[in-house]
Design a binder for this molecule. Structure first.
Ligand code: ADP
Ligand code: MG
Length: 612
């Protein structure tokens, strides 16, 4: 049999590798800005056109490159940052793999202009799909400018796979935020389609957070500053009263690099135990400084995952540091703290010295195909999509068939059911200020009051054919969002009008004015409400079947629903139960969580027999 194996040509290999390094414009932006930081720049400009599809340009005043380095930098495994395997344990630069530029050049037309500070002339290299088209001397400022044009020009499937501009731009913005937040000594600017979105000057971290998220953050945060042998933790944690409904504003950095680390995030969240309600999340912006030899940053090509040698100690330190910050600055929380359970920094277990860090490996996913998009398995079910044939009569009528817990929940109520069919003297009891219990034909019905109310409100808004009634505000309210978020909210304005909001964007700026809200809408902290709405919307649009109105109505329902923990009057409970019965999908909240549990007769009997 003849040989069938051949070595892939470089341009094909680079294009495949590029899929892992550059999957959307935001990843190219990240690599280029990180290179500029590694080059020691004090000023970095980012310019994008059409959310990076047409152009991504990063200009820095860093060290620049020599003529031959300017060609060599596009080769795979070309890096000036490590020379031998041992260097991997002492990485202080953002990059080190030497594959970013090779990957970008494989899938775009790139123009590089660079000049070292002690040279009179710079050099200009043009490269397209891995082939150098030209190199000639040019006059340019000291430093480096990369222009990446027509990203994915030779990978049309990938180009089509990109989301619409507003979503891609918000990814770029997120990447930009993650970088600029910990590089406060560097000035950054960010232009999109000729518009200046960010103009950040060198400053401290709190000022930088405020430059990015708005001045109001100065009052929302407590400082954290703790050092131990293992790690130094600095930054800010959100005050418990400014919790959010999503984990959006949780930023953890290790040695200047943004990371995702569920265990360490949990450590910070643990510090808020008993201070904030369930399903709400604190904001935090924390930088950890760790000896590079005690981390393995190399476990994922995009490098947001990190392994720590001293993970347990880090967990304890982080939680203690956050608790201390919250406790120290807030009177209310001091009472909550039990001093005997407080962790002392000097009690944190010492670092073991006989640990040898593992040799880092690069993980490629052999069957990775960037063009296959499978809907995330974590996607929650949302109302409206579930159909089952059980009838509500099984609760109230004389149906012989008994519902069993959850398995036969009626996900679909018959349209003709009305509240009149409910017994007007229906007995309802509130349990733990959270659940409504009612005795029905089918057994004991337990309803989660908040989820039920969210479902009711959600359907009222989602099913409304005409514009919903608005309630004029006494005084118009203004709020300001980040530039990309403003564009996203701009996309929602028409739907907001339909749902009873009178909201306008002021002269294409990032400020919005609200003059009316839906009836019964709580107008406190409208800014927070719209921030969350945009975060939800972003999340929703990332899903394959994301639906704008679903996202919007879900945000409104969350805001307007009675919350867990609120005591309800009998009449209110009866109303909720009656309204829930009229819903199309009463069994699920708009987030896809169960609303109702039924404990049928058999189960009740088993409970009484002690079987459950
Ligand atoms: P890495 O950053 O992992 O080394 P890259 O492919 O991103 O790999 O860059 C390759 C090399 O090109 C870098 O190691 C650096 O020497 C050089 N380089 C890239 N960008 C710049 C820049 N903006 N200024 C100076 N040198 C740069
Ligand atoms: Mg790099």
């Amino acid at each position: 049999m003849s040989d069938i194996i051949n070595i892939l040509p470089d341009n094909v290999a680079n294009q495949i590798a590029a899929g892992e390094v550059v999957d959307r414009p935001a990843s190219a932006v990240k690599e280029l800005i990180e290179n500029a930081i590694d080059a020691g720049a004090s000023t970095i400009q980012l310019i994008v056109k059409d959310a990076g599809r047409t152009l991504i340009q990063v200009i820095d005043n860093g060290c620049g490159m020599s003529d031959s380095d300017a060609r060599l930098c596009f080769e795979r495994h070309a890096t000036s940052k490590i020379h031998q395997a041992d260097d991997l344990f002492a990485i202080r630069t953002m990059g080190f793999r030497g594959e970013a530029l090779a990957s970008i050049a494989a899938i775009a037309q790139v123009e590089l202009k660079t000049r070292m500070h002690d040279e009179e002339l710079g050099t200009c290299v043009e490269i397209e799909g891995c082939t150098i088209k030209s190199q000639q001397p040019c006059s340019c400022s000291p430093g480096t400018s990369f222009s990446v044009k027509n990203l994915f020009f030779n990978v049309p499937a990938r180009r089509n796979f990109l989301k619409k501009d507003s979503i891609e731009l918000s990814h770029i913005e997120e990447v930009f935020r993650r970088i600029v937040m910990t590089h406060c000594d560097i000035s950054f600017s960010f232009h999109s389609n000729g518009k200046l979105l960010y103009d950040l000057h060198a400053c401290n971290m709190l000022q930088r957070i405020c430059q990015i998220f708005g001045q109001q953050y100065a009052e929302r945060l407590y400082p954290v500053d703790e050092s131990s042998d293992v790690v130094t933790v600095k930054g800010y944690v959100g005050k418990p009263e400014y919790v959010r409904k999503t984990r959006g504003e949780q930023y953890l950095f290790v040695n200047g690099r943004y990371i995702k680390h569920p265990a360490l995030s949990a450590a910070v969240e643990r510090a808020y135990t008993n201070l904030i309600p369930d399903r709400l999340y604190p904001s935090y912006f924390l930088t950890l400084s760790v000896d590079p030899s005690r981390i393995d940053v190399n476990i994922h090509p995009t490098k947001t995952e990190v392994k720590f040698v001293d993970e347990q100690a880090m967990f304890a330190i982080l939680r203690a540091a956050a608790r201390k910050a919250i406790g120290q600055f807030s009177l209310a929380t001091e009472i909550e703290f039990n001093p005997s359970t407080e962790i002392r920094f000097d009690e944190i277990p010492p670092v073991s010295n006989n640990y040898t860090p593992p040799i880092p490996t690069i993980n490629y996913t052999p069957n990775y195909n960037p063009f296959n998009e499978t809907p995330s398995s974590g996607t929650k079910r949302t109302g409206g999509s579930q159909r089952q044939t059980d009838k509500w009569e099984s609760f109230y009528g004389s149906s012989k068939k008994e519902s069993t817990v959850e398995a036969e929940l009626p996900l679909e109520a018959p349209k003709e059911t009305t509240s009149n069919e409910l017994p007007s003297d229906m007995v309802c009891l509130q349990v733990k200020n959270r659940y409504i219990a009612c005795a029905t034909q089918a057994g004991l019905l337990l309803i989660d009051q908040q989820r039920a109310h969210e479902r009711i409100i959600y359907e009222r808004f989602a099913n409304a054919e005409n514009d919903l009634p608005a309630q004029q505000l006494m005084f118009p309210l203004n709020f300001t969002l980040s530039p990309a978020d403003s564009d996203l909210l701009g996309e929602l304005v028409d739907d907001l009008h339909h749902n009873g909001f009178a909201i306008e964007r002021m002269d294409n700026s990032n400020t919005f004015v609200v003059t009316a809200t839906p009836a019964d809408f709580d107008e406190n902290d409208l800014q927070g409400f719209f921030e969350e709405m945009v975060t939800d919307y972003k999340g929703c649009m990332m899903q394959k079947f994301g639906d704008r109105n679903h996202s919007l109505c879900r945000s409104i329902a969350r805001r307007m629903a009675v919350k867990s923990g609120r005591e309800l009057k009998l009449q209110e409970m009866q109303q909720i139960v009656a309204d829930l019965m009229k819903c199309t999908s009463p069994a699920l909240s708009p987030d896809g969580d169960p609303v109702i549990a039924i404990v049928n007769e058999e189960r009740l009997a088993n409970i009484m027999k002690g079987k459950i």
